[in-house]
Design a protein around this ligand. Structure first.
Ligand code: FEO
Ligand code: CA
Ligand code: CA
Ligand code: CA
Length: 664
């Protein structure tokens, strides 16, 4: 059974299938005779690689630090780690408190009705917190301040688990037919996607959502109007019957991770957009090859039944209007979100940015699909923090680069510029708009390095380094390894550290090392490599989102650990990146059964940590403690309410330390 036949598979299965649909068929090099991983501290490793095999080049341990580095002392993690495992609830390290801050269905927009799961409406959902939170951003109030106890949370709602949302929809197998969704349920699904903006403040020992805040806002797939800027704005390939100008798009969806700009706006990443489109392109349509590279249309949702724009037979250009990076100004609830096409069109995972030493903004972005690429964008102009409204234009004029990792431990950032190299009319690129719309094909032609699913990629402002989460790639076969993706059948993923020259994020070259190869170091089949001191709880697989805390330390949240896979749920691990304990990690927080760990986001003082618990109770059969498919009526957990009248609810949690100090 396949979603494309109109029958619902489990959402996690569907998600996995969909991430393969636009598989990279380019012949960019994947072969390498390098069997050695590159590690900076080879003497401290534990795992599948013998010391004799680790003969890779040494890299100078430190690059020049940015000015902020002098102020930031990188300290170790003092908390006592928790035990890995699986049960119905969340767990946090002793001495810390994890409080559920906001749940699916809670009020967001002033005047929102109370959550009534048995009588859901799209009108209510458009005012309430959406489903399946992924990215969590925190911007201080007022704008431009460093306020750590009062600000706006901006939360992505990536997708929906309709079998867990709607009473009576799924059968005992957790399945349903797309045809069984009512028009109102389809509208609820669309309203549960997008983003929420909520005002939050510290109150006593905990945090609270400010009720009826003037900042409270929902942005949805159903009704929020957005504009398009940059090279593809107004291009013929973006025009539709509803938008003959090619500049006004309804909504955003599959918003996975994102980032916060130096001027306090949020970038939200449109990831697996292909799944929402159905139908068949007219024979010989010019977008056939373009859409095939992205796996569209995939037909995983029923939205095309109610909205012709999701049927490519009726609106063949509509998929070109998604897959972008969208900028949202959370401080102005009336602001119109902008699709910034200069940042390229692909299955955008995240968009963490940094103000470079010369004042330009640099945005790092992964394309989360097996064998796809790592990108960055460098603005032409410089950030003006005195004039925040002027800075959005920096995301329209600049250069998009794609990464090529070389086997000697260096890398090149290759510009995706029309007219340069193969990006010419002979190859179908008439203008920069075509490079933006078909970013993947342009990157194929430049010979970018095929990666093991680039998820979050985050610059560390304290030392000029950049951390890249490569979540996994079980389709990489023996013989397809390359130096930066050294494992075939890479089920556990790895983390790469990029060392910018003199802390210059705009430079077109850099060096790199593998920080850790994930998996169980005591299981030789995993081929993992970790610091020798980690405990049985300290390892993980499938690194996905990450955060750098104010001390410059790395925190990693995972997507893919479960009982069958590892005997442990997803969670948040803290990892040392400096000194003798570089690569050492400890488990800080774990999610309830079925969930993925998202966020994470620290307040500027490091004393509060926001975490998103995405798709709790997803699946169910693989956990012997439950052993059957989860449904609305019978979920594997009713986290976080544990109320028989409440469904399981994806939620955002805030963690604080009981003595009021910095987390960790
Ligand atoms: Fe939505 Fe790439 O995870
Ligand atoms: Ca992700
Ligand atoms: Ca991040
Ligand atoms: Ca993921």
């Amino acid at each position: 059974m396949d979603a494309r036949d109109g029958t619902y598979l489990s959402k996690s299965m569907q998600y996995e299938l969909s991430e393969d649909a636009g598989r990279n068929a380019s012949d960019n090099p994947t072969f390498g005779d390098i069997v050695n991983a590159r590690f900076g501290r080879r003497d401290m490793l534990r795992g599948g690689l013998g010391v004799a095999a680790m003969t890779a080049l040494a890299i100078p341990a430190m690059s020049l630090l940015t000015s902020k580095a002098a102020k930031a002392a990188v300290g170790g993690f003092g908390f006592e780690e928790i035990e890995a495992g699986v049960d119905e609830t969340h767990h946090v390290a002793a001495g810390h408190t994890a409080q559920v801050l906001i749940r699916w269905g809670d009020p967001v927009v002033a005047g929102a009705p109370a959550f009534d799961p048995e009588n859901q409406t799209a009108a209510a959902q458009e005012m309430q917190f959406g489903y399946n939170s992924d990215y969590v951003g925190y911007v201080p109030l007022p704008r431009g301040s460093e306020t750590a106890d009062h600000g706006l949370l901006v939360v992505n709602h990536e997708y929906v688990n309709s079998e867990l949302m709607f009473p009576g929809l799924a059968n005992a197998e957790g399945e349903y037919d797309l045809a069984d969704l009512t028009p109102e349920q389809i509208a609820i699904e669309m309203a549960a996607h997008g983003l929420s903006v909520v005002e939050v403040r510290k109150e006593g020992d905990g945090w609270a959502v400010v009720p009826d805040s003037r900042y409270g806002r929902r942005i949805t797939a159903l009704s929020t109007m957005m504009t398009v800027s940059g090279p593809a704005a107004g291009h013929d390939r973006l025009k539709t019957s509803a938008d003959p100008e090619g500049r006004n798009v309804i909504g955003t969806f599959n918003n996975c991770a994102g980032g916060t700009t130096p001027w306090g706006t949020i970038l939200t990443a449109e990831e697996n957009f292909h799944g929402y489109f159905a139908g068949t392109l007219p024979e010989g349509h010019r977008e056939t090859e373009n859409y095939a590279r992205y796996g569209a249309p995939d037909g995983s949702y029923a939205w095309s039944r109610e909205h012709a724009r999701f049927d490519v037979g009726q609106e063949p250009n509509e998929p070109n209007r998604y897959g972008w990076m969208v900028e949202v100004d959370p401080y102005d609830p009336n602001s119109v979100p902008v699709k910034r096409t200069a940042l390229g069109r692909f299955k955008h995972e995240g968009a963490e940015s940094i103000m470079n030493g010369d004042g330009r903004v640099v945005v790092y972005m992964g394309d989360d699909e097996r064998f796809d690429y790592l990108y960055k964008y460098v603005s032409d102009g410089r950030v003006d923090l005195e004039n925040p409204a002027s800075n959005g234009a920096l995301l329209d004029e600049g250069t998009l680069f794609v990464a090529r990792f070389d086997e000697d431990g260096t890398m090149e950032w290759m510009p995706l510029v029309h007219g340069q190299g193969p990006l010419t009319a002979e190859n179908g690129f008439e203008a920069q708009a075509d490079v933006a719309i078909e970013t993947r094909r342009a990157a194929d032609l430049l010979g970018a390095t095929k990666m093991d699913r680039p998820e979050d990629v985050e610059p560390n402002p304290t030392n000029g380094r950049v951390y890249l989460m490569l979540t996994n790639n079980t389709r990489r076969e023996a013989g397809q390894e390359n130096a930066v993706n050294p494992r075939p059948d890479n089920a556990y993923g790895h983390i790469v550290e990029i060392v910018t020259p003199d802390g210059d994020h705009a430079a077109t070259s850099a060096t790199w090392e593998i920080l850790v190869k994930c998996g169980d170091p005591d299981n030789p089949d995993h081929g993992a490599a970790w610091h020798s001191d980690i405990s049985a709880n300290g390892w993980f697989g499938s690194p996905d989102n990450c955060a750098i805390d104010p001390q410059g330390r790395l925190w990693i949240s995972t997507d893919g650990n479960d009982f069958e896979y590892s005997g442990r749920t997803d969670g948040l691990w803290a990892m040392e990146t400096e000194g003798e304990r570089r690569g050492f990690s400890k488990l800080f927080f774990r999610v309830p059964v079925g969930a993925e760990m998202c966020g994470p986001k620290f307040t500027p003082d490091g004393k509060a940590l926001f975490l998103a618990v995405q798709h709790p109770a997803d699946g169910g059969s693989e956990w012997p403690g439950f052993g059957r498919p989860s449904t609305y009526a019978d979920p594997s957990t009713r986290w976080p309410d544990f109320d028989p009248d409440m469904p399981v609810r994806p939620s955002v949690v805030v963690v604080t330390r009981d003595d009021g100090g910095a987390i960790g």
